[in-house]
Design a protein around this ligand. Structure first.
Ligand code: PAF
Length: 284
């Protein structure tokens, strides 16, 4: 195991990487790490000789009314956690390193703007694709690890990598959950105790849909209605959308599900917006 190196510039990162020989696994993050991030790091650690993690709160993926200013940050704690996981390289750039004055190149996966989060958060995936593309160019990893919790983000990244022939293999890691099923998220810290307890309804609803599907229910509208009904039982949950969508195009499904589906939702508890999902696997 090497000592963890913390690199703040592109040049310093490239020099440090040049000193390593072997496969590099990359985990891009916006910091404020939780067990979900650490799971990505562990998988990278298990599959690659070296592991790099970036910590960068990417302004380009926040809308004007979103939580960029109050997004939680704790870099010293993040570094301690990553050191304990045996991470080799940390890329910790300042804003100007990624978006220097005069910056004007953006990456957009156009088909994703018209569905789910793409509609509700205009510009979000443009920001994600742009920063991930740039980070991939800097880090030059063989594999990169993303969590299934951000389902549409995984579809955006896979499409971008395919379209732009980026030679990084994308690995998707299952969502890590709290004991009551709430998906790990840096935004969970915003929830007050009452909202936190209420938020367990998200996974409860998703699980019910998965169980109905396993028992043979295939009608997308019925499954969507069941999920809406479960969420409606929780007075603190303000539902933004529930969706049963095609696994690849993310277009809404009606009628019988034949090729599996992504069941996803966005729900607000007070000012905090949470997303979650489960996959209904295609059945033979
Ligand atoms: O999932 C995240 O934390 C971010 O969207 C990512 C991939 C690090 C890009 O800023």
């Amino acid at each position: 195991m090497t000592t963890m190196q913390i690199l703040e510039t592109i040049q310093a990162f490239r020099e440090a990487h040049a000193g390593l020989s072997g496969t590099l696994g990359f985990v891009p993050t916006m910091g404020y790490l939780h067990a979900g991030h650490l799971e990505l790091v562990r998988q990278a650690r298990a599959e690659c000789e070296y592991v790099a993690v970036s910590i960068f709160v990417n302004p380009a993926q926040f809308g004007p009314n979103e939580d960029l200013a109050r997004y939680p940050r704790d870099v010293p704690r993040d570094l301690e956690l990553l050191r304990a996981e045996g991470v080799d390289l940390i890329f910790l750039p300042g804003g100007d390193e990624i978006y220097p004055p005069g910056y004007s190149t953006y990456v957009e996966v156009e088909s994703m703007n018209a569905v789910l989060e793409g509609v509700r958060r205009p510009g979000h995936f443009r920001g994600v694709a742009t920063v991930v593309c740039k980070l991939f160019n800097i880090v030059q990893a063989q594999r990169a690890y993303f969590g299934q919790k951000d389902a549409q983000q995984t579809v955006v990244i896979r499409q971008m990598v395919r379209d732009l022939a980026i030679p990084t293999e994308i690995v998707i890691v299952p969502t890590v959950r709290e004991v009551d099923g709430l998906a790990m998220s840096s935004r969970n810290v915003y929830l007050d105790p009452e909202q936190r307890a209420a938020a367990a309804v998200l996974y409860r609803g998703l699980q019910q849909v998965a169980t109905l599907y396993e028992r043979g229910e295939r009608d997308a509208t019925t499954l969507r209605t069941e999920l809406q009904a479960t969420l409606a039982q929780e007075p603190l949950a303000q539902v933004e959308y529930v969706s049963i969508a095609d696994l690849v195009s993310l277009q809404e499904l009606d009628g019988s599900i034949t090729g599996g589906a992504l069941v996803s939702l966005a729900v607000r508890f007070g000012r905090t917006r949470l997303i979650d999902n489960v996959i209904l696997e295609p059945q033979a």
